[in-house]
Design a protein around this ligand. Structure first.
Ligand SMILES: Cc1ncc(COP(=O)(O)O)c(C=O)c1O
Length: 364
């Protein structure tokens, strides 16, 4: 039996909610305390150090997703990253049209509906894991496609490289939302040949809320003219000439006004921890834990059987009152559309899964 790594804070009970909030990694409190120490002891010089922390975040995230840090811009969340991307590209098209699935996270649908685009949906009744579905939806009038790498309600993973490839051949810009995958599945911007990646650190990366981000393909940045800007989007934020705005040459043109720093200090610390454990190791362990659930629960597992189609989350058909029983036993899962969502991370043990299975089977 594999020993549970000690990289995470202790949790009393069984924690299976990494699709919602990742358990903090050890050392997070110390990272926050260090941030405060700079502020408390060297207030006049805090900014250079805080901006250094943002650079550090960009470098660390760049190492995780395989792209140059200059292509990364901090954001508050995935929705703001998408909103800025769509605003920045709208002028490129006559009748801007965006394609996404009805299974995309609703917040992103809200952004699309308010961005001045015609919004086209792939219906929830169609199989979004089938590239043929995307091929026929990517008609010649589509300008941008929004791909959700992992759908948290169905536990499905789509083949991003495949869909981005279809989009590229048709001259369509591809954006991928990795909120539910980064940290548990490989995210590789080069291998995907993608245009924009929008993500956050709050789930499998255990980085807490507020550490959102966007990655923009280097040769696309020049074409982007963000509309919601601020002095930190300026090529020289300290120029202070109200009549002379020039976009930053890199992805920071998407930044805005005075930025938040603390969420990125926390997120940098947690991404470092995840990188040291290794996303491949986390994924291998996750698949083994889900195999254990499939073996024990059979067709109560509704998420895909094929590992390459599985996300990190196992979707389990729930009986009446299951969720309350699990909660009483200290098993942290949640429920959507009548099904339980259970997300085994590297800190989940075989014994944890046995306890979950026993609790579910005892009620049959
Ligand atoms: C696929 C996906 N995208 C995005 C989000 C969150 O978006 P935001 O960071 O804008 O709140 C979630 C939240 O659960 C999600 O599941």
């Amino acid at each position: 039996m594999m020993a549970v790594p000690r990289n995470f804070v202790d949790y009393e009970g069984i924690y299976l909610l990494s699709h919602s909030i990742g358990l903090p990694v050890r050392g997070t409190q110390e990272a926050v305390a260090d941030y405060f120490k700079v502020w408390e002891s060297d207030t006049p010089h805090a900014w250079p150090q805080w901006l250094g922390a943002i650079d550090h975040f960009r470098e660390t995230l760049g190492q995780l997703i395989g792209g140059p840090p200059a292509s990364i811009c901090p954001q508050s969340n995935v929705s703001s990253a998408l909103s800025k991307t769509l605003g920045a590209l709208r002028q490129s098209f006559d009748n801007p049209t965006i394609l996404l699935t009805e299974e995309a996270f609703p917040s992103l649908g809200y952004v699309c509906e308010h961005a001045g685009y015609e919004v086209r949906y792939i219906g929830a009744d169609l199989d979004a894991t089938d590239p043929a579905v995307w091929r026929s939806a990517l008609t010649s009038d589509v300008d941008i496609v929004l791909i959700t790498h992992v759908h948290s309600n169905t536990g499905e993973q789509v083949d991003v490289a495949d869909i981005a490839g279809i989009a590229r051949r048709q001259g369509v810009i591809s954006i991928v939302d990795v909120a539910q995958s980064v940290g548990v599945l490989p995210v590789d911007v080069d291998a995907w040949d993608i245009d924009v990646v929008v993500g956050s650190c709050v789930k499998w990366l255990s980085g807490g809320p507020g550490g959102g981000w966007m990655w923009v393909r280097p040769d696309l940045i020049e074409r982007c003219t963000p509309v919601d800007v601020g002095w930190f989007s300026h090529d020289d934020p300290f120029e202070f000439d109200i009549h002379d705005f020039r976009y930053a040459g890199d992805a920071l043109r998407f930044w805005g006004g005075t930025p938040t720093v603390l969420p990125f200090v926390i997120a940098r610390h947690s991404i470092d921890a995840i990188r040291r454990i290794g996303v491949d190791a986390i994924r291998r362990h996750n698949l083994a834990m889900v195999d254990q659930l499939v073996d024990a629960l059979g067709d109560r597992v509704l998420s895909p059987a094929r590992p390459e189609r599985r996300s990190g989350t196992c979707i389990i058909r729930a009986g009446d009152g299951d969720i309350e029983i699990l909660s009483r036993k200290g098993i942290a899962v949640d429920q959507r559309r009548g099904a339980i969502r259970a997300s085994p991370h590297i800190h989940t043990s075989e014994n944890d899964i046995e306890i979950l299975v026993a609790a579910l089977l005892a009620r049959r």
